[in-house]
Design a protein around this ligand. Structure first.
Ligand code: HEM
Length: 375
């Protein structure tokens, strides 16, 4: 597509697809012409699920200046310096998860279920200030949230189960929100509810809940798939021994995973005015999908783009997006992934993926597999 139809209209989905690096970067870097606000799309329909409505009020779906104001509520907590301070806790959690999984007699562990999935969920729970005794429950709710963004078997029982879990989670968060308003502590939830916006007001209860849900949705399934995709790449290229001997090389190899097997494949925008992109006439109100995964394989930008080069440099991939909405959690995701991979390398003498029938994650936007057994 990058060659033959770099910007094309797909009538079956009613939107434009953009595949080349330069065009994807331009779209993500031009909020004025390509808005994140889904409500501006001609074919916009109000979402059926209440949590999606809440998300529409978060930074992810707001253009500046409202975006900057909402991001300002949490951004210092995600700065590289603040995130670096979390390393000991993240390492302890990673070693605990691995010890539990390796102590099991199965002789194999599932990278997704045993390791890459629980790690970011527990880290974000800790950051928010969820007490240790509630973390199992918290994890079960977020399983449901993840299911909701990928499941396609929406039977009545399934939907009922989901609604139940969502209500429980929302009321748990509402309690936490009220508690932190009353007596703030040194945690992210307190920051979310007490930080003043530009006009001196604070986030409403719904605004605070939406922010928590955004952090869960944006941070968990993505990091899970970064770790899992890294294990697949390192195994396919026989890199484990090399990385075990030189753990400092893991960070750069993870950047290449973000490029080569990008966990987030695409982001959506809406044109705010008529605009010509290559020879496509995009009209105001049209939806435009910027394919990060394709941009990251663009031969115009990356030499030998279809090869996995663990020490590729420079590596200006778009795996965390670009511009105003550049991933807030990038420093955290990088740290979690490198600690996870370091611990996996040092705690295992050999790593071999079990020949299994790998099932892709059920989502067109997330790239990864549902389960990855290794021994
Ligand atoms: C935004 C990818 C982990 C929180 C984004 C965007 C991408 C992305 C591509 C841009 C969205 C857009 O342009 O519309 C990833 C990947 C991750 C990851 C690949 C892991 C490998 C995280 C984590 C968190 C997080 C751990 C927080 C706990 C966010 C937030 C935004 C965002 C809040 C919205 C930023 C804004 O609108 O200003 N992420 N993300 N992400 N990400 Fe991440």
């Amino acid at each position: 597509m990058r060659e033959s139809a770099p910007v094309r209209y797909d009538p079956s989905r009613g939107c434009w697809d953009v595949f080349r690096y330069a065009d994807v970067k331009r779209i993500l870097g031009d909020d004025g012409t390509f808005s994140v606000n889904p409500r501006l799309a001609d074919d916009f329909q109000e979402p059926e699920r209440p949590e999606e409505g809440l998300l529409f009020e978060t930074m992810l779906f707001k253009d500046p200046p409202r975006h900057d104001e909402l991001r300002g509520v949490v951004d210092d907590a995600f700065e590289p310096r603040a995130i670096r301070a979390l390393e000991p806790e993240i390492r302890e959690l990673a070693t605990d998860l691995l010890s539990d999984a390796l102590a099991d007699d199965r002789g194999e562990l599932d990278v997704v279920d045993d390791f890459a999935y629980p790690l970011p969920v527990v880290v974000i729970a800790e950051l928010l200030g969820v007490p240790a005794e509630d973390r199992e429950q918290f994890k079960r709710w977020s399983d449901t949230l993840v299911e909701s963004s990928s499941a396609d078997d929406e039977t009545e029982a399934f939907l009922e189960r989901q609604q139940q879990a969502q209500m429980e989670m929302a009321s748990y968060f509402f309690e936490m929100i009220a508690d932190r308003r009353e007596s703030p502590r040194d945690d992210l939830m307190s920051q979310i509810v007490t930080r003043e916006l530009e006009d001196g007001s604070r986030l409403s209860e719904e605004g605070a809940l939406g922010t928590c849900i955004l952090l869960l949705i944006a941070g968990n399934i993505t990091t899970t798939n970064l770790v899992t995709n890294a294990v697949r790449c390192f195994d396919a290229h026989d890199l484990f021994d090399e990385l075990r001997a030189e753990p400092d090389a893991i960070g750069r190899a993870i950047e290449e995973v973000l490029r080569y097997r990008s966990p987030v494949q695409a982001m959506s925008r809406v044109a705010t005015e008529d605009v010509t992109l290559r020879d496509a006439e995009i009209e105001s109100g049209d939806r435009v999908v910027a394919w990060l995964g394709s941009a990251n394989r663009d031969e115009r930008q990356f030499e030998d783009a279809d090869a996995f080069v663990p020490d590729r440099s420079p590596n200006q991939h778009l795996g965390f997006g670009h511009g105003t909405h550049y991933c807030l959690g990038a420093p955290l995701a990088r740290l979690e992934a490198s600690v996870a991979l370091e611990e996996l390398c040092t705690r295992t003498a050999t790593i071999e993926t079990v020949d299994a029938d790998l099932q892709p994650v059920r989502s067109s936007l997330i790239y990864g597999v549902e389960s990855l057994p290794i021994r």
